[in-house]
Design a protein around this ligand. Structure first.
Ligand code: URA
Length: 292
């Protein structure tokens, strides 16, 4: 799969492969960029999918911005869909996140932390072991923000317990920020979490009534944690009596998922990678590790 010959010289490669490897988009996304006429090679628009480029000679641009092959470490974010296990290979043959990220272009990619198979949202990958270790270091864990749909409605007292730290089976949690979302925020969370409809169209009247009662008893919660223990958010919410129905991570330290479509990945900009490095040292950053 390597594009390098025995002298180390990068030989001509297909333009869509070049774009994916340079982090412009996924392979399919790169083809779409080309067919949309957004890609130029040496100033000429190229829409032909079989076209080749020589990375050492040709200047490739997307929307007028030059893109180059990364020669240093690569860090990307994935919008993880539900149903994928966070591992690069699964002996049980379940779908894994490795199927969704450009491992053939960047064989050293590994997930930075994990999301449960049924959790959606922002999952980072990097080829930079030092950055990964820094972000996962227990004493430097950057803040992670989640939206959760929970059974029942947490009271102010229960939210206060989460804010102080709750007892878990592997020791007390650190304090979290927690609030129940209302109005437009709750409706947005409902769309993002994509909780399956409570009442199936063919449900009997009694079942439909029972399910509707249960739906009324659900709430949408914003919770931000500084640790990354296994099933941490689910265990914390269950510990205060509100099991999680669905969970989504929409930010990790200084990075937001934004409008990255579900199942898509994108390479981080140099500025974003610098902000992640800074978040591991917490230097010159606010509580969230946000970009200045
Ligand atoms: N906490 C959880 O319980 N699950 C996740 O996937 C992430 C955080």
């Amino acid at each position: 799969m390597s594009q390098e010959n025995e002298t180390g010289r990068i030989v001509p490669m297909r333009l869509q492969k070049f774009l994916a490897r340079a982090g412009a988009a996924s392979r399919r996304g790169s083809e779409n960029l080309m067919t949309a006429g957004r890609v130029t090679v040496n100033g000429n628009v190229v829409t032909e999918l079989g076209s080749k480029v020589d990375p050492l000679v040709d200047e490739v641009a997307v929307d007028g911005k030059v893109v180059r092959l990364a020669d240093g470490p690569v860090t990307i974010m994935l919008h993880k869909p539900a149903g994928y296990v966070t591992t690069m290979s699964d002996p049980q043959g379940r779908p894994t996140v490795a199927e969704l990220v450009p491992v053939s272009a960047h064989p050293g990619l590994f997930p930075v932390g994990r999301l449960d198979a049924d959790t959606t949202g922002l999952l980072l990958f990097s080829t930079d072991g030092e950055l990964g270790n820094g972000l996962l270091h227990p004493r430097r864990h950057v803040v992670k923000r989640y939206l959760a749909c929970v059974e029942g409605r947490p009271s102010e007292r229960e939210l206060e317990l989460l804010r102080q730290g709750v007892e878990l089976d592997d020791g007390p949690s650190q304090p979290a920020e927690a609030s129940v979302l209302e109005g437009a925020d709750a409706r947005r969370a409902m769309r993002v979490l994509d909780v399956p409809p409570v009442v199936a169209p063919n449900a009997s009247r009694e079942r439909a009534d029972a399910l509707r009662r249960r739906a009324r008893e659900r709430a949408y919660v914003r919770i931000c944690v500084h640790e990354g223990r296994k099933r941490q958010v689910k265990r914390m919410l269950a510990a205060v009596g509100h099991p999680v129905v669905a969970l989504h991570r929409d930010s990790f330290g200084p990075l937001d998922l934004g409008d990255l479509p579900r199942g898509a990945w994108r390479a981080l900009s140099e500025r974003e990678v610098a902000a992640l490095h800074a978040a591991t040292s917490r230097a010159n950053l606010d509580e969230r590790g946000a970009l200045p």
